[in-house]
Design a protein around this ligand. Sequence first.
Ligand SMILES: Cc1cc2nc3c(=O)[nH]c(=O)nc-3n(C[C@H](O)[C@H](O)[C@H](O)COP(=O)(O)OP(=O)(O)OC[C@H]3O[C@@H](n4cnc5c(N)ncnc54)[C@H](O)[C@@H]3O)c2cc1C
Length: 353
Amino acid sequence: MGECDHSTNDIPVPFAQRPIIILGAGIIGCAAARQLLLKGFEVNLVAEFLPGDQDIHYASAWAGAAWHAAGGITPDQRYIQAVTHRILLQMAREPESGVSVVDAREYLEQEPIPNSALWGKTVVSKFRNLSPEQYPSEFACAWAYETLVTDPTRHMPYLKRQIQMLGGHFIRRKVDSLHELYDMFPDSRIFINASGLGSKTLADVLDDRCFPERGQNVFLRTDRCLTMYFRNGQEYTYVIPRPHSGGVVLGGVKQQDNLSPDVDLEIARDEIARAHRLAPDIVPANPPESAISHIIGIRPSRKGGFRLDSEVQGSRTLLSAYGFGGGGYAFSYGVAEALVKMVEQAERDNVIV
Ligand SMILES: Cc1cc2nc3c(=O)[nH]c(=O)nc-3n(C[C@H](O)[C@H](O)[C@H](O)COP(=O)(O)OP(=O)(O)OC[C@H]3O[C@@H](n4cnc5c(N)ncnc54)[C@H](O)[C@@H]3O)c2cc1C
């Protein structure tokens, strides 16, 4: 057949109109879907768990979820967090998004080391160093600033509604491999793997750097829920406000390769005691049982950090975005924007001939 074959059979779908397929509907897959749809791309999401589900393996249902600058990351990764902050700040104007602006107080057991989380002061509002009389004497230094918290019980359903309103489609299905996904969408050329811990077991990914990291938090109902407390150091502890749910999340703990769905009361008691030491004005030493519930989720962690890259596989482009461990919300929308740029690059490479 020559270039001027005018037969009408099997007219291929123009590249630019082939739906982008996302595997995974956690915060990473859904944020990517929203940002792509806002740019006019067609998007289908395929996932075993969808927004609103509550399975411990669906990390996005259980996050704190605070925007907290990460230490020990690259300049590009800092920028991804900064973009996330910008987009979340805009969303905080809509109460139904579940995103809120809160005050934060961060206490450090030791002076910050090089490449610490201090870079975050270039992004957050009202950053100030506290003077020694403004924080407990056991700490080396302390900061205060405004930050953003996202209530996942509100945000994930909000994202689902936004994606559907913009024309995105959710398909509930567990796949065993990316090839199973490719077979489901033979017209599509761009696929995004946002499967979190799924990348450990997908037959054609088998990323052995991925590992589960269990988190267990206490949710305390209280109306004192407008200030975040963060203790940096050996006794890593946080009190994350959830104004839309009328309470605070007390944590944290990280248990590698532990998949237990059962509440460990020892951990819960320890978290309450640590949170009480950190924020006695919010967390009483012995809160009533009736004010407490428990949150258990498995973080999709990855040795060496998350993957965010693009590779050409024959006629397809595969973008990988997984392994966000304890920071998926703080990186979410910045990752989504980076994925949009990668999709646009792949589109450009295929439409400019
Ligand atoms: C207790 C706790 C506290 C946390 N606190 C914070 C915080 O304060 N700030 C913060 O930024 N982050 C926090 N996190 C981390 C955050 O929750 C995760 O980083 C984030 O949710 C990861 O999102 P994800 O979309 O990559 O993965 P997930 O939410 O796990 O979603 C993975 C998706 O892929 C799908 N999938 C996987 N495999 C397959 C398959 N084979 N077939 C079909 N579908 C598949 C799943 O069904 C799901 O839809 C916390 C996590 C926990 C558990």
